[in-house]
Design a protein around this ligand. Sequence first.
Ligand code: NAD
Length: 299
Amino acid sequence: AGKAIGFVGLGNMGGPMAANLVAAGHRVTGFDLLPEAVEAAAKTGVRPAASAAEAVADADLVFTMLPTGRHVLGLYTDGGLLAAARPGTLFVDSSTIDVADARAAHDAARAAGHRALDAPVSGGVFGAEAATLTFMAGGEAAEFAQAEPVLAAMGRKIVHCGPAGSGQAAKICNNMILGISMIAISEAFVLGESLGLSQQALYDVASTSSGQCWALTVNCPVPGPVPASPANRDYRPGFAAPLMAKDLGLAANAIRAGGVDAELGLRAAERFAAFAAGRGAAEDFSGIIREIQDRSGRG
Ligand code: NAD
């Protein structure tokens, strides 16, 4: 049966996610600070609320899809979201935020008499629209069991990663692998070029050898070998560099907090932060290869 769902944050991701909940038969009430986001959601069948508090007042489940942990914690407490919901409401945060902030959000929800799940996603705007997101969830088994059928309306793969914060932990670890591997693939193409090796030859070997990875075979940073990769359309995203920089920043925070010897993760965070603040501001993250080419005198 359809659930009553409050959805706060109807942006690039939240808008289409809320629309898929409506399409699956749920009663969704939505709010965003931007009136145009609320209007766009209303066209997909989301009932517009005049405030975040109004959106969650009668909800069984509340989703938040906001930029950062500061937004989530601010809305939960100062914004009155926890206070506005019925006791025992399940709060699902799908934003990508610090693991520490996610745990604080769980604590705040519990202290207010509610239940919580962190459930960040991968799959991007395309996955949000097509309802093919991957959800990585952190929280108790009972909360996961309640959320899972609802998440299934927005995603294809739903993984319970462990207790509070585990979903965010999985997300930042995965994206750290991705950030480092994109730099590794890019450096290898530029090194190969300096050795007179053709890009296609390196691709043919590495894609069927131990260098194989998503950054090579799906999002290949040079044009040609993988026709659908952003390199073939002048690095239009795709996965925008500022989002990669954000996720690596969260990984770097966790690396420092945990005293982990993750030199490459920290270095990748620095490289993508600089790239995203400059020429990469509107590019796919694979555009970092052009910076590596330039710095190698091969631009
Ligand atoms: P977005 O900026 O398009 O949407 C965020 C929305 O939150 C905005 O519409 C904003 O107005 C709204 N908002 C901010 N504060 C609010 C408040 N107090 N009350 C109500 N609304 C408020 O961002 P997005 O691309 O939808 O991303 C959302 C989250 O998902 C981020 O944490 C991001 O890292 C993560 N994410 C994004 C992608 C992607 O490809 N865009 C992929 C995976 C994860």
